[in-house]
Design a protein around this ligand. Structure first.
Ligand code: GLN
Length: 485
């Protein structure tokens, strides 16, 4: 039999149903792959006992004919999702040995559908970053061209690397400014950031609450559709989760895009954009045209303000959300002579450099003297960015862009590590979507001349993930991208 860790979820469910292998066999195969690939540093915690116990239950469900939607599917869980009785750290020193007493809604939904927890995956501390280098546990290595020691992207770099290297069938991830899409693009896998409100944020450690959204990273488009269906849904524990029916996203795969309008934003083609990226974008446009879609030019004129707006709003929310880490309630405590000293010592030792930078920016833009000049203005621009999309979607059904300006870069790349702005530029094509609350997917489209994956992004109307899935499936079929073997 071929290596069962290389199968997609759709194929794996078939194999389990037809008794070609058991959930226990499958889980053991993934645990072996995790062991073989430990050098990648994708997992920060492996949970083999939990996984094997869940696998035994899944096998019992198959035997009893009561298999659920994801019965026996082994997943990696980004360490930003609280998992009951399993250490959860957000890859921050300040959450050292924090063991949640409750389960995030998204992971609960997945496990209630029969999925298996293989372990917790690496990320940039509190999901702040684009390379996974900001993790307290050290960088994850991109499985593509291992010897070059490239970043897997971030913040969900553990998730994208683990999926690409077949160390899980798929993974949970979160996206605040691009953290599902950019790592998916860097690792040649597929990820979707759902519409804000589609998945519950309950139990997902907060970064920037008005932007954060959980979603899947998986081996292909169909697997993302299958996972999202189980992850999504209204949750009374998250007031921003939306009470709407969750469609069967996989049902649209294979439908024609004939007559559909694909928007191409002029602002996403700046002077000097990587030529290979432009080439693949044009190829993607051609594939959809050949499939009968109509290509229309659109304009998103406030795009150039998206990054600066994001880097005011996100840090503002960070400074508020991370105030709770005071050495009293969770994880690390570093004692001091007084209560104030204890706060200072704990927070100084517990947070990494990037997190501190953002807390300081956020505190500044929210302070009495600067609130109007920065925070309020950023909120107004956020509205204009959203309005741009509302106007654009009068002309088109879905928008096609590159996911990132470049391929994966080397760990420790000086131009990135010495100037935070260079790192932040990774998200130039992804942050607008979060500011506008829209759904967007990244899927691999091809390899650069030096053999690294490049991704295209599809952006949809709010709560219209189905059009994204339909269009993505057409591109995927045409691109014939070969996953890492
Ligand atoms: N790279 C962006 C940041 O550093 C986005 C991160 C994310 O989406 N979690 O904020």
């Amino acid at each position: 039999m071929t290596d069962i860790t290389k199968l997609t979820i759709a194929e794996t469910l078939g194999g389990l149903k037809n008794k070609q292998f058991s959930a226990t066999d499958l889980t053991k195969a993934y645990l072996k792959s995790m062991e073989d690939n430990r050098d990648l540093n994708a997992y920060v915690l492996e949970t083999p006992e939990v996984a094997l116990a869940q696998a035994a239950q899944s096998d019992a469900h198959y035997a009893a004919g009561t298999a659920r939607d994801l019965e026996g599917i082994p997943l990696g869980i980004k360490d930003l999702f609280c998992t009951k009785n399993i250490r959860t750290t957000a890859c921050s020193h300040i959450l050292d040995n924090f063991v949640p007493q409750y389960e995030s809604t998204v992971t609960a939904n997945l496990f209630n559908a029969g999925a298996i927890c293989l372990g917790k995956l690496n990320l940039d501390e509190f999901a702040m970053g684009s390379s996974t280098e900001n993790s307290f546990f050290g960088s994850t290595i991109n499985p593509w061209q291992y010897e070059r020691k490239l970043v897997p992207g971030g913040s969900s770099g553990g998730s994208s690397a683990a999926v690409a290297a077949n160390m899980c069938a798929a993974a949970t991830a979160t996206d605040t400014g691009g953290s599902i899409r950019q790592p998916a693009a860097f690792c040649g896998v597929t990820g979707i950031k759902p519409t804000y409100g589609r998945c519950s944020r309950y139990g997902v450690i907060a970064f920037a609450s008005s932007l954060d959204q959980p979603g899947p990273i998986a081996k292909d488009v169909r697997d993302c559709a299958i996972l999202l269906k189980s992850m999504a849904g209204h949750d009374v524990k998250d007031a921003t989760s939306v009470d709407m029916k969750v469609p069967d996203f996989a049902a649209v795969i294979g439908q024609s895009v004939r007559g559909m309008k694909i928007g191409i934003p002029a602002e996403y083609r700046p002077q000097g954009l990587n030529e290979e990226m432009v080439g693949y974008w044009d190829k993607g446009i051609e594939m959809l045209r050949q499939a009968g879609a109509e290509i229309v030019d659109i304009y998103l004129p406030h795009t150039k303000y998206a990054l600066p707006t994001y880097y005011i709003i996100a840090p503002a929310e960070v400074s508020s959300n991370l105030a709770r880490y005071d050495g009293v309630r969770y994880g690390l405590r570093v004692d001091g002579k007084s209560l104030d000293d204890m706060y200072i010592n704990t927070r100084s030792a517990g947070f990494g450099k990037e997190v501190k930078r953002r807390i300081m920016i956020g505190t500044y833009v929210l302070s009495a003297g600067y609130y109007d000049a920065y925070y309020r203005k950023a909120q107004k621009i956020r509205r204009l960015i959203r309005n741009d999309f509302i106007e654009a979607f009068k002309l088109c059904d879905v928008i096609l862009t590159p996911t990132t300006p470049t391929t994966a870069f080397p760990i420790g790349d000086k131009s990135m590590s010495e100037n935070p702005i260079n790192m932040w530029l990774n998200d130039v094509f992804t942050v607008s979507v979060n500011l506008a609350g829209l759904p967007a997917m990244s899927l691999p489209i091809g390899l650069s001349a030096d053999g690294l994956p490049l991704g295209l992004q599809l952006i949809g109307r709010a709560f219209d993930e189905e059009t994204i899935f339909k269009t993505a499936a057409v591109l995927e079929k045409e691109a014939k991208f070969e996953r890492l073997k």
